[in-house]
Structure formats: structure tokens, C-alpha cells
Write a protein that binds this ligand. Structure first.
Ligand code: ZN
Length: 268
């Protein structure tokens, strides 16, 4: 039984590796990041290792041809003319407080068509004092029952380029329970057990989604509690593809993003 299970895990690992190699080979055409101007803002609570994550994503974006400006201050939202100077903003800033002018500048930039991408608490638990910010992101972290645990991520959209070709996978990390805008286009989900909080057993919560805010594309994934979470190939691949998608915000027509959950909502 044990042998059979290890053979099964081995085959799964090989297939995943082949799949990702395949995705990289087909990505031999210029990356959507080529020539894009990216503002990478990091800071906030250091437990989420925004510095180590910067060292993963900034060199990668540069390797795809992006011109990346790295900033450690939210003032970069008001010092620069975001709309004029950037195509994409990647933010890893957990908690903290954003001032009115900083938030307004960020929100106006995204509304005008600048893309926004991020993960975990760096985008989805950034500024608890600002509801407009949460409106823009489409979700807010509220709990991770049990802290770092084993859980699974389920790919529910197999056609979207961000999750196409990927299969369900395991994480050993924080399983984010989030309050999510029920209209966003959900790409991956996770289902909770009743072990850490018995009333949420069987509850399914989005892990990765796309949406727009004004004309700007917004991509979020709840994976990436610490930098080493990106050693899980699917977690890294989802984030990279989401960043590439958001980088094309003002260069491609607006795509359908609503996946309305409730009756009466209109898909567009
Ligand atoms: Zn975390």
C-alpha cells in the first residue's frame, strides 16, 4: 500500500513537472511582462517575508523583460504619477495603515487601467482601515483556523490561462478563510474540514481570483504565507501567470470577469 502510494506520488510529481516544463516551453514567445513598467511595493508585517518574496519575484519579472521599480514605502503611491509611470503594481504589504492620499492614488491608478497583483496577506490583508481598498481587491482575510496545516487547493477553472493545465495540489501552510466578493471570477478554491473549527467543515472558500476595478485588472492568490510556499510549483505558477495577466491590463480588451453566485446578478 505504502509502495503503491509512493509510486502514485512519484508519477504525480513527474506529470506536474512535465506539465510546467510544457507551459514554459510554450511561453517561449515574449512574456506579457516584456517592456512593462512595474512598481513592486513591499513592507508591512515581516512575518510574511516580503523581503524574501521580493527576491523571488523581482528577479523573475526582470528576467521576463519588465522594468521593475522596487519601493519600501507606501509614499511611492503619491510620489510617482502611477498612471503615467507604471503598467502594473505588485504589492506585498501585510496589515499596516494606508493614508487617505496614498489609497486614493493607488485606487485611481487601478481605475485608470494599471494592473494590480499580489498574494496572501500582502494584498488580501493589507489595510484593515480602508474599505475601498477591500472593494478593489475583492476579498479580505478573516481567519486561518489551526495556523499552518495540511490542506488541498482545487483548480475549478480549467480553461482560464492562469490555471489551465494545472491539477489539484497539496499545501502545508495557512489555509486562508476569506470574505470574498461573490462576483469575482474564481479560479481555485479550498475546502475546510471541521478539525480546527467544527462549524466550518465542508465550507469552500476561493484561493485565487481575477476581477477588475474600473479599467484595471486585479489578480489575487491566498497562497504564499512565507517565501518557501512558492517552492510548491503550482503555487508559484499560479502567481506568475496571475502577474502576467494583470500586466496586460491596459493592453488587452476587458475580459468577462464576473462569476455571479446569486440569482439576479448579470454576467458580463
Ligand atoms: Zn500568513
Amino acid at each position: 500500500m505504502i509502495i503503491r502510494r509512493s509510486i502514485f506520488s512519484f508519477i504525480t510529481a513527474v506529470l506536474t513537472a512535465l506539465l510546467l516544463i510544457g507551459a514554459n516551453v510554450s511561453a517561449q514567445e515574449p512574456s506579457p511582462l516584456k517592456g512593462k513598467r512595474v512598481l513592486y511595493v513591499w513592507g508591512g508585517w515581516m512575518g510574511h517575508e516580503p523581503d524574501k518574496c521580493r527576491d523571488i519575484f523581482v528577479p523573475w519579472m526582470e528576467s521576463e523583460g519588465a522594468a521593475v521599480t522596487v519601493s519600501e514605502t507606501l509614499d511611492s503611491y503619491i510620489i510617482s504619477d502611477l498612471e503615467k509611470d507604471f503598467d502594473l503594481i505588485v504589492q506585498t504589504w501585510t496589515m499596516g495603515t494606508i493614508t487617505g492620499p496614498q489609497a486614493k492614488a493607488l485606487e485611481e491608478a487601478v481605475k485608470s487601467g494599471v494592473g494590480l497583483a499580489g498574494w496572501h496577506g500582502g494584498l488580501g490583508d493589507s489595510f484593515r482601515n480602508n474599505t475601498e481598498y477591500q472593494f478593489m481587491v475583492g476579498g479580505q482575510w478573516v481567519a486561518h483556523p489551526g495556523g499552518v496545516i495540511d490542506y488541498r487547493v482545487n483548480i475549478i477553472d480549467k480553461k482560464d490561462p492562469v490555471t489551465k493545465g494545472l491539477t489539484d495540489f497539496a499545501m502545508h501552510s495557512e489555509q486562508y478563510y476569506m470574505h470574498v466578493d461573490p462576483n469575482v471570477k474564481v479560479l481555485a478554491t479550498t475546502t475546510f474540514t471541521n478539525e480546527k473549527a467544527d462549524w466550518i467543515g465542508g465550507c469552500t472558500i476561493p484561493v485565487a481570483w481575477k476581477k477588475v476595478y474600473g479599467k484595471g485588472r486585479v489578480f489575487y492568490s491566498s497562497l504564499g504565507h512565507v517565501a518557501s510556499d512558492f517552492k510548491v510549483p503550482q503555487a508559484l505558477e499560479i502567481q506568475k501567470r496571475g502577474i502576467r495577466w494583470a500586466a496586460m491590463s491596459r493592453f488587452e480588451p476587458m475580459e468577462a470577469w464576473k462569476q455571479p453566485v446569486y440569482k439576479g446578478s448579470k454576467k458580463k
